[in-house]
Design a protein around this ligand. Sequence first.
Ligand SMILES: NC(=O)c1ccc[n+]([C@@H]2O[C@H](COP(=O)([O-])OP(=O)(O)OC[C@H]3O[C@@H](n4cnc5c(N)ncnc54)[C@H](OP(=O)(O)O)[C@@H]3O)[C@@H](O)[C@H]2O)c1
Length: 214
Amino acid sequence: MKKAIVLGGSRGIGKAIADSLKTIDCDVIATSRKELDTSNLDSVKKFAQDKETDILVLNTGGPPAKEFSSVTVEEWQKYHNQLFLGFCVLLQNITVRNGGYIFLISSSVIKEPNPRLVISSAYRLAFTSVFKLLSKDFGAREISCINIAPGLIDTDRMREVIANAEDMKKTIPMKRFGKPEEIGDFVKAIIENNIKYLSGVVINFDGASSNYTL
Ligand SMILES: NC(=O)c1ccc[n+]([C@@H]2O[C@H](COP(=O)([O-])OP(=O)(O)OC[C@H]3O[C@@H](n4cnc5c(N)ncnc54)[C@H](OP(=O)(O)O)[C@@H]3O)[C@@H](O)[C@H]2O)c1
């Protein structure tokens, strides 16, 4: 049986991934902030100690929607840890077994920075660079690294960030938000079908909302 660790697995996209993996041959540990707070490096180090897994999903809560002028130094520091350094420390300390998978839940802001989400835009892109570089090292051990960049997915987080959800929906080609289960099923399909060569990539999970080609 494969072992999976899904961070931020108590709600939203992370929970959908954890629930989906539970339907296949997987022993799933899904964490909430109680077990692991990625903004707190002591919590990260304690959690990572002696952990070994086949599947690791790097996921955490998103930062507040703020423009550059209103972000405090404390917020930059907290989300530097939460969205960047915490994940680096986890990857340095958790053993991912040969032939495994690492999924990163990032955001569409890595391709198109959003001025209302300046903290998210900055740190997610920084970690995306590290993740891309590491995909080569992990590739040597047949570990696939897949960066999922969601657009608007119907979760608590999205409802917090989007004030006028119904108007926003009309701007999406599919005229609806994504379902967290669609991401859960995507992750499950990759693992279930033993797809390995899809690695070092970003998957835009946005219902055709984006305008960029790559
Ligand atoms: N939904 C979207 O449309 C969308 C779009 C682009 C990017 N994203 C990003 O994708 C990620 C998941 O989004 P979501 O919509 O599923 O969010 P969500 O519904 O708010 O769920 C967040 C999950 O992360 C956990 N979490 C929160 N703060 C944490 C921390 N400091 N350390 C570790 N875990 C923490 C939460 O645990 P608790 O239950 O303990 O709070 C929960 O399990 C977020 O980073 C979000 O910004 C989402």
